[in-house]
Design a protein around this ligand. Structure first.
Ligand code: UDP
Length: 243
C-alpha cells in the first residue's frame, strides 16, 4: 500500500484490485472494501475515525482522478483510477458466475428494491438475499444487523453515502456475517435508475466530477475539496511509496 496525505491506499489497477477481491472471498473473516476519492482523503485529514477505517480496510482503491495526479507528482505508483462503480460491476459479474448471494442496504425507501429488480434482469444467477433502505433510527440498527446475519449474504453492499457507510461497516465488522462488505455510495440510485452515471465522454476526459456538479450544484462545497487537495499535495510531504 501507499500513503497519500497520510491516508492508506492500495497500489492497485482494476485488474489487481479484482484479484485481491477474489482472495478476500476465500478468507474466513469479513473483509472491507473502501473506494475513497479526493474528498474522502481530505475528510480523513481531520477525521481520525475515518483515517482508521481506511488504515484497517482490506482493499482501498483509488477512486478519484486527484489521487492519480497526486501519485504522478510524487511517483507513488498508481497508474489508473479504479472506481467503486466499476469494481462493484466486476463483483456482481463474479457473483453471477459463481451463484453468490448479496444484500443491498441503503438508499431511499424503494430504491434498493428497484435496484434489485434491475440486477436480477442483468445477473439472474445472483441470489438477492435481503434488502433494506438506508434511513433508520439508531435503535433499529440491531434489527438490521440481525436481518443481515440471518441470511448470511456473501456480499454486503452498503449505500449510506461516504463516509457514513464506511464507518457503519467498520463499527459493525465484528458482528456482521458476510464475506465482503463494500460502501457503494450512489450506486444503488444508478442501478434503480434514480440517477445516471456521467456519459462516457465525461468519463474519458476525467470530468465525471464536473458532470455531477452540473446535475447536483449543491455539491459545490464538497467539490472544492479537489483544488484544496491538489494544493496540499504540492506542499505536503505526507506520502509513502509502495513498501
Ligand atoms: N443515504 C442513505 N441513508 C442516509 C444518507 C444517505 O441511505 O442516511 C443514501 C442516499 O439515499 C444515496 C446514497 O446514500 O442513495 C449515497 O449518497 P451520495 O450520492 O451522496 O453518496 P456519496 O457520493 O456521498 O458516496
Amino acid at each position: 500500500s501507499i500513503k497519500i496525505l497520510g491516508v492508506k491506499i492500495h497500489q492497485v489497477t482494476n485488474e489487481t484490485a479484482y484479484n485481491r477481491f477474489l482472495t478476500l472471498m476465500e478468507e474466513p473473516k469479513l473483509s472491507m472494501i473502501c473506494t475513497p476519492n479526493t474528498e474522502i482523503v481530505m475528510e480523513a485529514q481531520h477525521d481520525d475515525e475515518l483515517k482508521d477505517v481506511l488504515q484497517d480496510a482490506d482493499l482501498v482503491i483509488p477512486d478519484g482522478i486527484g489521487l492519480i495526479y497526486a501519485s504522478k507528482i510524487h511517483q507513488l505508483g498508481l497508474t489508473e483510477r479504479v472506481t467503486g462503480i466499476d469494481t462493484m460491476e466486476r463483483i456482481l459479474k463474479y457473483a453471477n458466475n459463481n451463484k453468490k448471494s448479496i444484500f443491498l442496504f441503503g438508499g431511499k425507501p424503494g430504491v434498493a428494491e428497484k435496484a434489485a429488480e434491475k440486477m436480477k434482469e442483468t445477473y439472474p444467477n445472483i441470489q438477492i438475499k435481503g434488502i433494506r433502505d438506508g434511513y433508520f433510527k439508531k435503535e433499529e440498527e440491531d434489527k438490521i444487523i440481525d436481518h443481515i446475519n440471518e441470511v448470511k449474504p456473501d456480499l454486503l453492499f452498503v449505500a449510506l453515502g461516504a463516509p457514513k457507510q464506511e464507518k457503519w461497516i467498520y463499527q459493525n465488522r465484528k458482528t456482521l456475517n458476510a464475506k465482503v462488505a463494500m460502501g457503494v455510495g450512489g450506486a444503488l440510485d444508478i442501478w434503480a435508475g434514480v440517477s445516471k452515471r456521467a456519459p462516457k465522454i465525461f468519463q474519458k476526459l476525467h470530468l465525471e466530477w464536473f458532470y455531477r456538479l452540473l446535475k447536483e450544484p449543491s455539491r459545490i462545497g464538497r467539490m472544492l475539496s479537489l483544488p484544496k487537495f491538489m494544493i496540499k499535495v504540492l506542499i505536503s510531504r505526507d506520502f509513502s511509496r509502495p513498501s
